[in-house]
Design a protein around this ligand. Structure first.
Ligand code: BV8
Length: 229
């Protein structure tokens, strides 16, 4: 039936794991202005505030009660058992897809578990960051690393890979994303143009709701395992 599937996930797939989304009620953006914590200008203006914003989310990820939910697990199972190609593109910066076992995974907005050297662009896993002299192995001391996150106005990662996969796909599924941030919000248009089937899984209709052919409304943790089985 299908040969090439592209899946886009957003904060909604991690909501049932206890991670706040951005734009739902009591979401992350309610407590902060986007331009203050998710732009290079905000980082230049108040580095402490931005680091505090990401450090709190980094600490959240290390809570004992945070784990992949049934939706993450189902997507990893799909990748293992589907006899065609699956590319999982996530806007999320958490590591729950990895913990669930997904391998063919692309973090287009970066990863909370990593820091990046602004000079060399080298990335470091923040759990075991540096060599013995506490300096990153490229050029700068640990404290000069920036979050390995794509802020507004910065180019998302993996766009060539994503566009190639979208051009080839016959099924595009968006799970738990409000469809407000580009270029991710425009992927459904590319898939439609490619005459792929397009499916939205969301708790509430996203901004791009009308561009999807099929809709499953409800919790990702309940719907995604059913779709995969
Ligand atoms: C760029 C930092 C260009 C990471 C984030 C047109 C074209 C191109 C760009 C633009 C454009 N128009 C405007 C732009 C600029 C901008 C943009 O899109 N602005 C918006 C606000 C209009 N885009 C950019 O700047 C991007 N860069 O385009 O670069 C360029 C070109 C050349 C050279 C240089 C640059 C960069 C975008 C990335 C920004 N970074 N955050 C972080 O802190 O995490 S965006 C932020 O929003 C997060 O990354 C997040 O992933 C993303 C999307 O949010 P969602 O994941 O959808 O989460 P949200 O809370 O909104 O929604 C949750 C959904 O889940 C809801 O629908 C809810 O109903 C649902 N849900 C909840 N619970 C459940 C559920 N669903 C199922 N089950 C549940 N249980």
């Amino acid at each position: 039936m299908y040969r090439r599937i592209v899946i886009l996930t957003g904060a909604g797939i991690s909501a049932e794991s206890g991670i706040q989304t951005f734009r739902d009620q009591d979401g992350l953006w309610e407590q902060h202005h986007i331009e203050d914590v998710a732009t290079p200008e905000g980082y230049a203006r108040d580095r402490e505030l931005v680091e505090r914003f990401y450090n709190l989310r980094w600490q959240d990820l290390h809570r004992d009660d945070i784990a992949p939910n049934a939706a993450h697990v189902a997507l990893a199972k799909l990748e293992r058992e589907f006899d065609g190609e699956v590319l999982l593109v996530t806007q999320n910066v958490d590591n729950l897809h990895e913990l669930a076992g997904s391998k063919r995974l692309l973090h287009m907005h970066g990863e909370l578990m990593k820091g990046r050297c602004p000079q060399s662009q080298q990335t470091f896993n923040l759990k075991e960051m540096f060599g013995p002299d506490n300096v990153c192995t490229c050029c700068i001391p640990a404290e000069r690393l920036r979050p390995h996150i794509v802020w507004f106005g910065e180019m998302p990662f993996g766009m060539d890979t994503i566009h190639h996969a979208l051009d080839e796909c016959d099924l595009f599924i968006a799970i738990g994303t409000s469809g407000t941030v580009y270029p991710a919000a425009g992927f459904v248009d590319i898939a439609n143009h490619r005459c792929a089937q397009t499916v939205e899984v969301n708790l509430m209709p996203a901004d791009s709701h009308s561009q999807f052919q099929y809709h499953f409304t409800g919790k990702a943790g309940e719907i995604v395992p059913q779709l995969v089985d």
